[in-house]
Design a protein around this ligand. Structure first.
Ligand code: BV8
Ligand code: ZN
Length: 252
């Protein structure tokens, strides 16, 4: 069982507002390869950042559509892990104590929502939603692998995953809400992210420069580690449940 620093526990117990930013690491224990580990088998010869671009889709829509559809189908067999469940429990606890917790994710797997978190800010979209490149119609895709790549819309347009590719703007409302919540929050938690992708990676600086204390949970050392008041190098699925359990035990 992870040991929780007492001053961290006290900060979580008293913070009026908490912002949590998650990355692919929070879903690693659900069996989803992290973004930068995602390339195995057929995809081992590709760099994910080269495939996750509008240029790659324009150049080879079949290849990019296959990569995303394969990830979508693998996702269908994955479930939330204890890290997701702990964050959903923390969100409920904060709400019960009239405090705000904003959950911001870079992930496109919707496992936070499946774990019971709500009002999740999805900075990079969702792998399950596909959008027509001609009429913009969006559909939630939970079925088996598409038969054709890219799948076609009834209007004849090619459909793409409704995710944010490199070089594409994030949904304005999502990044604005995340930035507003980060300014002035009392505690910023960076969970399972390498902190290399902007503008998501800039949220920690927004929080710190306006007085937040910072918790990082990541087995690896990242750019956030030096910015953290508590840099916990453990898996999120171990540390977060322990933190929430001790919070509940000590709750007044
Ligand atoms: C933008 C969706 C401007 C797709 C993703 C040149 C041109 C244009 C832009 C740029 C440019 N140069 C730089 C930029 C900015 C660029 C950027 O930041 N590039 C980086 C690489 C330098 N950003 C953008 O392009 C963004 N858009 O700037 O637009 C603009 C404005 C107006 C108008 C037009 C344009 C868009 C960025 C979004 C890209 N899309 N995903 C897909 O998923 O296929 S980002 C991608 O990286 C993933 O979504 C992922 O979420 C994200 C961040 O990665 P992480 O989540 O951190 O995952 P990673 O694998 O890196 O790390 C996992 C971590 O978990 C590790 O540290 C590991 O140790 C840890 N871990 C492992 N196990 C565990 C664990 N932690 C805890 N517990 C465990 N058990
Ligand atoms: Zn269409």
């Amino acid at each position: 069982m992870s040991s929780i620093p007492s001053d961290l526990l006290q900060t979580v117990r008293t913070a009026s507002s908490i912002v949590v930013l998650t990355g692919a690491g929070v879903s690693a224990e659900s069996g989803i390869p992290t973004f930068r580990d995602a390339m195995d088998g057929l995809w081992a010869r590709f760099n994910p950042e080269d495939l996750a671009t509008p240029e790659a889709f324009a150049r080879d829509p079949q290849l990019v559509s296959q990569w995303y559809d394969e990830r979508r189908c693998k996702l269908a067999m994955c479930k939330p892990n204890p890290a997701h469940l702990a964050l959903a429990q923390l969100q409920r606890w904060m709400r019960e104590h009239d405090r705000s917790m904003t959950l911001v994710t870079q992930n496109i797997d919707r496992l936070h929502q499946e774990a019971g978190s709500d009002d999740v800010i999805e900075l990079h979209g969702s792998l399950r939603v596909w959008r027509c490149t001609r009429c913009e119609k969006e559909t939630d895709e939970r079925g088996p692998a598409f038969e054709t790549h890219p799948p076609r819309c009834s209007c004849g347009g090619a459909r793409r995953p409704s995710v944010v590719w490199f070089g594409e703007a994030l949904p304005a409302d999502a990044i604005t809400r995340a930035q507003r919540a980060s300014v002035g929050c009392r505690l910023f938690m960076s969970i399972g992210t390498s902190g290399v992708v902007y503008p998501a990676a800039g949220l920690i600086d927004l929080a710190r420069t306006t007085g937040a204390r910072v918790l990082e949970v990541n087995p690896a050392v990242t750019t956030a580690s030096a910015k953290a008041d508590w840099a916990i190098h453990e898996p999120a699925g171990a540390f977060l449940p322990a933190l929430v359990q001790q919070l509940m035990e000590q709750a007044v």
